[in-house]
Write a protein that binds this ligand. Structure first.
Ligand SMILES: C[S@@+](CC[C@H](N)C(=O)[O-])C[C@H]1O[C@@H](n2cnc3c(N)ncnc32)[C@H](O)[C@@H]1O
Length: 291
């Protein structure tokens, strides 16, 4: 038995033993807090995921059941606990050059075009919305640097945001296990990926200097004043209800410059969700209507 439980793979496959009672009502209370704060819709099939991600926290807090945890989440002064809960619930799966055709398009079509036809003030603004641990933003930065060739004279910035403050700390550090970098092409790796300690690597300053990592809940106020030429919001809205997706894509359209581009995840679509965009490539959309 001890042997079995020492293997994470086996432990994951085993049915969850609910040491902390969680009633349907407890689950609904948690799902409501999560939906109203993050937009993430947790159907009943997510019950074991919620249990698995929060049970450790109940243990740390010395609580006996989820009902006590929900009472705690309701307290106005428990802002920090609600933040921890959101961090635990978000799914942060990501990788460098995930859906590589997006980065080829960004470098070869978008940045190369802007280089040949510079915008006013050589101002370039990109946004990685739902950036998780930062691999997406660093991949965008590599495409920008490669596409521009020389950054001198350019006012180029990448905003990278996420609701989860834990993943943002990782993103800011820019340090990754070496094996996570296999999808980085040698032409990029030789320039932008430097050895670090303990088998890890560090992203080059030339990339970090382009990116600002900030916490942002996509359903809260957006403090940005200028518009973007490019927004990546990939593998984020799959967790949202259609009505929340609609609101979000409308807002993205408002925050894009005319002809600005929106990149979404492989299982996401704007069809019947927002009519202000036209597809220009696989899961790549151009803003065509100002309002
Ligand atoms: C699966 S990851 C996708 C990461 C990256 N965009 C990619 O495609 O590889 C989804 C990210 O969206 C973030 N997220 C979920 N709801 C959010 C919200 N309401 N506001 C901001 N970020 C959110 C999660 O914290 C998570 O890091």
């Amino acid at each position: 038995m001890a042997l079995l439980s020492s293997s994470p793979a086996v432990a994951e496959a085993m049915p969850i033993e609910e040491s902390y009672p969680m009633t349907d009502q407890d689950f609904d209370r948690i799902a409501t807090v999560v939906r109203t704060t993050t937009g993430i819709a947790l159907g009943p099939h997510k019950r074991s995921l919620v249990y698995g991600r929060l049970a450790k926290r109940l243990r740390q807090l010395g609580l006996d059941d989820f009902s006590s945890y929900c009472d705690r989440l309701d307290l106005p002064e428990e802002e920090d606990e609600r933040r921890r809960m959101v961090n635990a619930i978000t799914t942060n799966l990501t990788s460098f050059f995930r859906e590589p055709h997006h980065f080829e398009h960004l470098e070869r079509d978008v940045i190369a075009h802007l280089r040949a036809n510079p915008p006013t003030g050589h101002r370039l603004r990109l946004w990685s919305a739902g950036c998780s641990t930062g691999e997406e933003a660093y991949s965008m930065a590599m495409a920008v640097v490669a596409g521009l060739g020389d950054l001198r004279g350019w006012d180029a910035r990448i905003l990278a945001t996420d609701i989860d403050t834990d993943v943002l700390a990782h993103a800011r550090a820019g340090v990754y296990a070496r094996e996570r970098c296999q999808a980085i092409a040698p032409r990029f790796a030789s320039r932008f990926v430097h050895p670090a300690d303990r088998g890890r690597v560090r992203m080059a300053d030339a990339l970090s200097q382009l990116i600002t990592f900030n916490p942002l809940n996509l359903f809260d106020h957006w403090p940005m004043t200028g518009k973007f030429q490019v927004i990546f919001c990939r593998n984020v809205v799959i967790y949202f209800k259609k009505e929340d997706q609609k609101k979000l894509f409308e807002r993205f359209a408002d925050y894009l410059e005319p002809d600005g581009l929106l990149y979404i995840g492989h299982s996401e679509s704007l069809f019947r969700v927002c009519d202000r965009f036209q597809p220009v490539g696989r899961t790549i959309y151009r803003k065509v209507r100002p309002s």
